[in-house]
Ligand binder design. Sequence first.
Ligand code: OOG
Ligand code: MG
Length: 261
Amino acid sequence: MLSSAAVSEIADRLEAARAAAKPITKVTDDYPDMDVADAYAVQRELLGRWQAVGRRLSGYKAGLTSKAKMAQMGVSVPSFAFLTNDMARPDRGVVEMDGLIHPRVEAEIAFVTRDALRGPGCTVEAVITATDFVVPAIEILDSRYEAFKFDLVSVIADNASSAGYVTGGRPRRVADLDLRTLGVTLERNGEMVGMAASAAVLGNPAASVAMLVDFLATCDEELPAGSFVMTGGVTEAIAVEAGDCVTAQVQELGSVSIRFV
Ligand code: OOG
Ligand code: MG
């Protein structure tokens, strides 16, 4: 297990990379013995620092939950991370490239829970029962690592590349939907750059929430009522440049857009 000094040093590096928008080598190059638990300790350290300066925990994300994402990133194990209020961007708003290293966007389905969920053994049915509504979302990723290349441990330490998120569309009750068969598209400047069915995420994006709940249980935590959860990119993430307009559309849920300047 990493010492708390090492955890703090890694958090320093990641924060410096983020602040300067300059990528760093992946942390496992310097800490080859670091494991997944150490990486989550770095995440906690980052969250603690962010909360200390007034950022608030606004949700959770699961990532690397679709085959498309796993293949794209070369990591085949889902990961979890925190979202904070300052990462939220308004639908149809703008995101400045300044301050970002090499941003990518991905189309996701996000859940908002009504009831608390506690693992272990959380099921898709339990998630569906506890869910208030689902909405379409775009996640903005920005790996703090050179060339957007990492391994599982490094990406977890980097809070799973999180940089921002946008929700929009029409909130829908899950009882009215088949969460497995929703068509999802991602467009950049009007060109279709990704498409899949929602089942691409672990067979059902609710399974991604269940996995998060079971992960939180290993930390002796529950997923509180009213939580916002991003379930993971349905298709590959797409690199963006200044001037790009990106729209994610989810069947039955409407669309969400963001423009980069
Ligand atoms: C890691 C974060 C993965 C997703 O939805 O798959 C993720 C990355 O791909 O940079 O957020
Ligand atoms: Mg994501």
